[in-house]
Design a protein around this ligand. Structure first.
Ligand SMILES: [Zn+2]
Ligand SMILES: [Zn+2]
Length: 329
């Protein structure tokens, strides 16, 4: 099969002909139709996440169809459309797994990091960690839901309740979760780089009440904020905009250092926290919800061979919404 292979971190992905993977016990073999490109892929590529398997096939927002069941795999029929997310395997026995926090599993394995992912024509996945993807939505439009959507959803849930929600950075994840937040009754304030009117316009189209530059006093007295951009300063900036009792959530897997700040910014029961990975329950809740709202995905599609260009476009903020590799067909 054709795949984009990362031999070393920091080196461009190489288009290669590699052996088809074979499904082991409990796994399905999928024909990949589309795979979303996530900022996490960029953090792996850049070496900010330090322990990937190598060589590695990136990609953890996979939409594919089952072409073969491994031994004892029976959850999905041949031809069924399924999604493969970042959480690829857990031990099921550690104290986190036993307390419904499998996202924190001590031995968790992640798709496109510990396990080969979806920048390829075929992939294997543990059937227990796949999600069924029924319905008529075209494959590339579903891919961003599998991480950008899911992590955004988990962040929104952990942000708590209130009226005014700030979204810091309005890329792949924020453009999806803005729609969910609006459907849940939040008044959304989208904060972008100064002068990024294209992104601000997208935010308003997707239901944000206000969109403008980080630091604008209009976006203050917030009950919650989610920081999507991997910039530590924004955590403090968001904390500055919090009302008493408000929560600032970092949705990213990597971020630059958070500068020190006076305690009074945190005082009055403000909270600052991170969100890590996902549980299967997050997906079981979010995917049907996204379908019912329905969440609209704004995508930029690239052929598989252009994965390097897609990563570069994300790095330079050139993607409006989500980048997706179209693999099959
Ligand atoms: Zn575990
Ligand atoms: Zn991701």
């Amino acid at each position: 099969m054709r795949a984009m292979v990362m031999e070393e971190q920091g080196e461009p992905l190489l288009e290669r002909e590699v052996q088809d993977p074979e499904p082991s016990e409990g796994q399905v073999l999928l024909e990949v139709a589309a795979c979303g490109v996530c900022r996490t892929d960029l953090h792996i590529y850049d070496g900010e996440l330090t322990e990937p398997k190598l060589p590695l096939i990136l990609g953890h927002q996979i939409v594919g169809r089952v072409i073969e069941n491994g031994e004892s795999a029976s959850r999905f029929a041949e031809g069924e459309r399924v999604g493969v997310p970042w959480l690829g395997w857990t031990d099921g026995t550690c104290r986190y797994c036993r307390s419904e926090r499998e996202n924190l599993c001590e031995n968790g394995k992640f798709t496109g990091y510990d396990l080969d992912g979806g920048y390829a024509e075929r992939v294997v996945a543990d059937e227990r960690f796949c999600f069924p993807l029924p319905g008529e939505t075209p494959d590339p439009h579903l891919a961003p839901l599998l991480c950008a959507g899911l992590i955004g959803y988990r962040s929104l849930r952990l942000a708590g309740h209130g009226e005014r929600l700030g979204l810091y950075g309005f890329g792949s994840s924020a453009h999806l979760i803005c729609q969910v937040a609006v459907a849940q009754g939040w008044r959304v304030f989208a904060l972008t780089r100064k002068g990024d009117t294209v992104t601000q316009q997208l935010a308003r189209e997707l239901g944000a009440e206000w969109a403008g530059a980080v630091g604008d006093p209009e976006a203050s007295d917030l009950d919650a904020a989610i920081v999507f951009a991997p910039v530590g300063e924004l955590m403090v900036e968001a904390l500055r905009a919090m009302a008493p009792g408000g929560t600032v959530v970092s949705a990213g897997i990597h971020m630059s250092d958070i500068p020190s700040f006076p305690y009074e910014l945190l005082w009055h029961e403000r909270t600052m926290r991170s969100v890590a990975n996902l549980t299967r329950r997050d997906g079981e809740e979010f995917l049907p919800l996204a379908q019912s709202i329905p969440v609209r995905t704004e995508i930029k599609v690239y052929p598989l061979a252009d994965a390097n260009r897609a990563l570069d476009d994300i790095r330079h903020g050139r993607v409006r919404g989500s980048a997706v590799l179209a693999v099959g067909g």
